[in-house]
Ligand binder design. Structure first.
Ligand SMILES: *[C@@H]1O[C@H](CO)[C@@H](O)[C@H](O)[C@H]1NC(C)=O
Length: 231
């Protein structure tokens, strides 16, 4: 029998004691009924909490990578009006942003967001936020319409920052489609149609009424505009 080197014995003994120690700790908690808990630093609640936006972007990431029907289901959460605002505020590259160039669609029925952004990959939640910031007001106007002129004149007095985006619908090839879309999306078929943060605040008469009773300035300030005009 060859003698076992003493270091090896020590190591084995150490292992045995360690196992026994762990076992007794386990039994102690087990029999005393103290529940096992992860140290709080390891628990989820101590991780930086996921905000709704984080979760949304995670979900979006997942859906973007899976493409297809799931993506459009997600996009359905953003109001269609933002599709239209995206279309009319976008850079016009070879008339890509004109609805008549696109596949046939019925503007009186809800349409997928892709109709407004053919060939583009748009994250609509983010895009709606961007549009609210850069184009908080979109005025759908007609060049020869006296009500549109009146509304534009009144809006100029407010010297809004950012400036309202004026879309002269009659100058566009897709005027018919835009009128039909606005009628469905805002329940208003006449011009001008003034959209603030994705909601129609009405036409020229509505604007005037709000102006005369002094609530228009507050409405604009609440929507994030700076009112620099003396109104
Ligand atoms: C101002 O007029 C608008 C539109 O008619 C109305 O909704 C609002 O309550 C009025 N506000 C005040 C302060 O009179």
């Amino acid at each position: 029998m060859s003698p076992i080197p003493s270091t090896s014995i020590r190591r084995r003994r150490f292992l045995l004691y360690t196992v026994l120690a762990l076992l007794s700790v386990f039994l102690f908690f087990h029999t005393t009924g103290i529940s096992w808990e992860l140290p709080s630093i390891l628990k989820d609640s101590n991780l930086p909490s996921l905000s709704r936006a984080n979760i949304v972007s995670l979900v979006k990431f997942k859906q973007d990578s899976s493409q297809g029907s799931q993506k459009s289901k997600f996009d359905a959460k953003v109001d269609e009006i933002y599709g239209l605002i995206h279309l009319v505020t976008g850079e016009d590259e070879e008339n890509q942003h004109v609805l008549v160039n696109m596949r046939e669609f019925d503007p009186t029925e809800p349409v997928g967001m892709d109709v407004y952004a053919p060939g583009e990959v748009v994250h609509w939640q983010e895009e709606a936020e961007r549009l609210d910031e850069v184009y908080p007001m979109v005025v759908f106007s007609k060049t020869f319409c006296p009500y549109s002129k009146k509304a534009k004149k009144l809006l100029e007095k407010y010297e809004l920052v950012p400036q309202p985006m004026v879309v002269e619908v009659d100058l566009r090839d897709d005027a018919t489609q835009i009128k039909a879309l606005l009628t469905r999306l805002t329940s208003r078929s006449t011009f001008p149609n003034i959209i603030v943060l994705g909601e129609s605040i009405g036409g020229s008469d509505d604007l005037n009424r709000l102006h005369e009773n002094g609530s228009l300035k507050k409405l604009f300030e609440k929507a994030g505009f700076e009112v620099e005009g003396d109104v």
